[in-house]
Design a protein around this ligand. Structure first.
Ligand SMILES: Cc1cc2nc3c(=O)[nH]c(=O)nc-3n(C[C@H](O)[C@H](O)[C@H](O)COP(=O)(O)OP(=O)(O)OC[C@H]3O[C@@H](n4cnc5c(N)ncnc54)[C@H](O)[C@@H]3O)c2cc1C
Length: 396
């Protein structure tokens, strides 16, 4: 069973200005390991009428009309054995993730290479699962220690997952990558902005090795800008737009993309009662680009706080946004209305425009600017309230 965790109620979230106020109702997250999430999605998908899963089979190409204007199916290859086959389709949806070959497949049909934007904060990620120690008590269920750019590029998360386990995620931007050896990991944990994770894990038994992950550049393919687009083909999820994983937006963005496709298909059904899908693909890619804009601006905007980030620079608009978000962060440490909207915005339950509502704007104006967080561990964190201080407050 996944773990239910209220954000921010059950979570110590140390943002740039300090811990965000946990009195806010926020929202409830289901926290689970990736295998459990994927197995659940797969089981529920397979239960839908008309769905057949072709295990151990990969798509190798798009099949199309002779002039390449219309996609009509895909070519398949069995991973074990290499037998080839094909399957026809009214609509082909490329949801094959970050490594999608859509640009290559489009080129094979005679389309020009789509343009793309990449913003690279040079982040690496490491994770490990631990058993929660018997009798462990804390007044939090999850901890998120965000980096403090530009000087402190290290982030650490500790989330409860199924079977009384924790998943640790540590990330380092600007080349300060988390080590995957035991000693290096411990030292990285101690260098986070607060020792709460290092202390909790001191008595916890690791269940897995430390797993490292690179290749976390933010990348968006501008399929919506292509002048020609084949009929009956769409690209979504990480295949269209993928993020550095620090802000946890990838799955929600992929789910929003699926919703957007549903909306486009419903609109098409109203427009064309004969089932014709003419121009759906192009309309979908444009709608998707609009929906992806918010998480993209948020993720890349935050990454641009590090001067070492490549692919874009923080222009005047981004710098103003940084200053405004700094004020929101500061207000969110002591104002439950602000922390509620803030948590819901980070969780993508509200659009970022929610941060400009009059009540939030007024709180942001009243709050001071946040000093840059230090690279040094806890003692030097120049924040109004550390997790320990806030825990004492919550107990009181
Ligand atoms: C280290 C890390 C941590 C992350 N943490 C979070 C997080 O905490 N929260 C969050 O929301 N997101 C997180 N993400 C991002 C999240 O994993 C992705 O955004 C999300 O999985 C995208 O879903 P997708 O369906 O588009 O692609 P994927 O989940 O990548 O799925 C693509 C599927 O297509 C299959 N496939 C690929 N090529 C082919 C082919 N040719 N033929 C047939 N099948 C193919 C793959 O095997 C895979 O099953 C994280 C990502 C990473 C790398």
């Amino acid at each position: 069973m996944p773990f239910r965790c209220a954000s921010p109620g059950d979570a110590l979230i140390l943002d740039r200005a300090g811990c965000i106020d946990r009195r806010a109702p926020g929202w409830t997250a289901l926290s689970a390991s990736r295998p459990l999430i994927e197995a659940t999605v797969r089981r529920r998908l397979a239960e839908l009428p008309g769905v057949r899963v072709l295990d151990g089979t990969e798509v190798t190409a798009l099949e199309s009309s002779g002039d390449g204007r219309e996609v009509r199916g895909v070519s398949l290859r069995r991973v074990a054995g290499g037998e080839r086959s094909s399957v026809g389709a009214a609509l082909v949806v490329d949801a094959s993730g970050r490594g999608s070959r859509a640009p290559h497949w489009l080129a094979n049909l005679g389309y020009p290479e789509p343009t793309r934007t990449q913003v690279d904060p040079d982040i690496a990620y490491a994770s490990r699962i631990y058993r929660v120690p018997e009798g462990f008590r804390a007044d939090w269920k999850a901890v998120m220690l965000f980096s403090g750019p530009p000087h402190q590029p290290r982030t650490g998360y500790l989330f409860p997952i199924e079977d009384r386990q924790w998943i640790l995620g540590v990330m380092g931007a600007a080349g300060q990558h988390p080590p995957t050896d035991e000693e290096g990991l411990q030292s990285f944990l101690r260098s986070l902005r607060d020792p709460v994770i290092a202390e909790a894990l001191a008595g916890a038994e690791p269940v897995t090795e430390v797993r490292g992950h690179r290749g976390t550049v933010n990348r968006v393919w501008h399929f919506e800008r292509m002048r020609r687009w084949p009929e009956r083909f769409v690209v979504l999820g990480d295949a269209a737009c993928s993020f550095n994983p620090i802000y946890g937006q990838g799955m929600s963005t992929a789910a929003v993309a699926a919703e957007t496709l549903d909306e486009c298909l419903c609109a098409q059904r109203r427009r064309r009662t004969d089932g014709d899908l003419h121009d759906v693909g192009r309309r979908f890619q444009r709608a998707l680009a609009r929906r992806n804009a918010d998480p993209w601006v948020f993720a890349t905007g935050e990454d641009l706080r590090f001067p070492t980030t490549t692919g874009a620079t923080a222009g005047p608009v981004t710098r103003v946004m940084h200053r405004y978000l700094d004020r929101i962060d500061a207000a969110a440490t002591h104002d439950a209305v602000v922390s509620d909207v803030y948590a819901r915005t980070i969780g993508m339950l509200e659009r970022p425009t929610a941060l400009f509502r009059p009540r939030i704007l007024a709180a942001a104006i009243r709050s001071g600017r946040v000093p840059a967080a230090s690279a040094a561990p806890t003692a030097a964190v120049p924040t109004p309230r550390t997790p320990a201080e806030q825990q004492q407050e919550v107990r009181a």
